[in-house]
Design a binder for this molecule. Structure first.
Ligand SMILES: Cc1ncc(COP(=O)(O)O)c(C=O)c1O
Length: 402
């Protein structure tokens, strides 16, 4: 359905989250309320608590909160740290800055490694800061895996190695709110202590659920962490989760949605999900290069597969372009946040999304550039289509050979 009732056809919601919710997930949520302490709920609870671990690629517990991602950010800090603790955070963009502000408000002392909002967290800078900290005063390193404001993905395995090289005991806390279920991410293999996730992006659910995947080391830290916590306390939740329930009212219907979303992700298989997102991102970058628009992310190793942020030519306002596209084609694109306001627009290509969704999205952008009078070359959509078609024929070849 269109966001604008006077319009026919579907609204194109191509922001980098909240993303489009598949019909199957919507139908799963659309059920009568059940008793959250009854046996039917316990079956649902046990199933999602067990299977959600798959998307984090972990065998360790995942705590599910009835909260937006910000709640899970707070939970990760409140469960593991004590007032005044130093935490090393990397300024990758708007969301990393918000997480840092949250840490300050909780009474922590963040060391904020400066960044230019065009690169991911720098493993060498993290190594240097930890190597300098001989007294081990830094208790945690906090990194946003995929910075949604910039379309830059930090290299978590390199950051893990940097921490290990410095022989530093700090916990590693990672925000995967816009990478979970769309960009390869491995909580166990990469030695992450707390992974923060959210429901409204790669998981293809409405906003309202968020997650902490928790390592043994993080659980051990939580036993002596002194930041006040009640709603967010892992122990109470994990204890109750043993029976498939929560210590307070869970978001019952969203958990039905989670069950359906896990079915979808598991049926496709995570490697295929990641490959699909890589393909959308590459096609989008090809379109951008053909248009002559600059990609905000400067290091190809850090290109995000869930969204692409594009810089406007000097003197042109990204918000005017977005408004023209919304008015003429009923499509929403992501805006530039804080210091990127008006300078970039962001194309979300994650979640319930296929080649033709991308082709339609890019067509809307190309027509919008024309209508808004933004200098560009034609041929972005054609370049993306050529790439998508060649990838489709390769996949067909693979299927035939199999
Ligand atoms: C990377 C990242 N972290 C944290 C957040 C905050 O999550 P929420 O808005 O669900 O509280 C967002 C929201 O978009 C995000 O993209």
């Amino acid at each position: 359905m269109s966001a604008n009732p006077s319009r026919a056809g579907r609204h194109f919601l191509q922001i980098p989250g909240p993303t489009n919710v598949p019909d199957r997930v919507l139908r799963a949520i659309d059920r009568p309320t059940i008793d959250h302490r009854g046996p039917e709920f316990a079956r649902l609870g046990r199933d999602v608590i067990d299977r959600v671990r798959h998307v984090f690629q972990t065998a360790q517990p995942v705590v599910i909160y009835p909260a937006s991602g910000t709640g899970a950010w707070e939970a990760a800090l409140a469960n593991t740290l004590s007032p005044g603790d130093r935490v090393l955070m990397a300024e990758t963009g708007h969301f990393a800055s918000l997480w840092k502000r949250l840490a300050e408000r909780l009474g922590l002392a963040p060391d904020f490694l400066a960044g230019d909002w065009r690169h991911g967290a720098d493993p060498e800078a993290i190594h240097a800061a930890l190597a300098d900290d001989r007294a081990h005063a830094i208790k945690a390193v906090c990194v946003v895996h995929n910075e949604t404001s910039t379309g830059v993905t930090s290299r978590i395995p390199d950051i893990r190695r940097a921490i290990d090289r410095a022989r530093h005991p700090a916990l590693l806390l990672v925000d995967t709110i816009s990478s979970l279920g769309s960009i390869d991410y491995r909580h166990d293999e990469w030695g992450v202590d707390v992974t923060v996730g959210g429901s409204q992006k790669g998981l293809m659910l409405p906003p309202g659920l968020s997650f902490n995947a928790v390592s043994e080391k993080a659980r051990a830290a939580s036993t002596h962490a002194r930041l006040p916590r009640s709603y967010w306390a892992w122990d109470d939740i994990l204890e109750s989760n043993r029976h498939g329930t929560w210590p307070y009212t869970p978001a019952t219907n969203l958990l039905y949605g989670l069950q359906a979303a896990l079915d979808l992700l598991m049926a496709e298989g995570l490697p295929a999900v990641f490959a699909r997102h890589n393909r959308f991102a590459e096609a989008t970058r090809r379109a951008a290069r053909a248009w002559g628009l600059e990609i905000l992310c400067q290091d190809p190793e850090e290109y995000s597969s869930s969204l692409t942020a594009l810089l406007m030519p000097p003197g042109h306002d990204a918000d005017k372009l977005r408004l023209a596209i919304l008015e003429h084609f009923d499509m929403s694109l992501g805006m530039g946040l804080t210091k990127l306001k008006g300078k970039v627009f962001r194309i979300g290509h994650l979640g319930d999304f296929n080649d033709l969704t991308l082709a339609g999205t890019l067509a809307g952008v190309e027509m919008g550039l024309e209508i808004a009078g933004v200098p560009h070359r034609k041929g972005g959509v054609a370049a993306a289509m050529e790439y998508l078609a060649s990838e489709a024929s390769k996949a067909k070849g693979v299927r035939r050979a199999a």
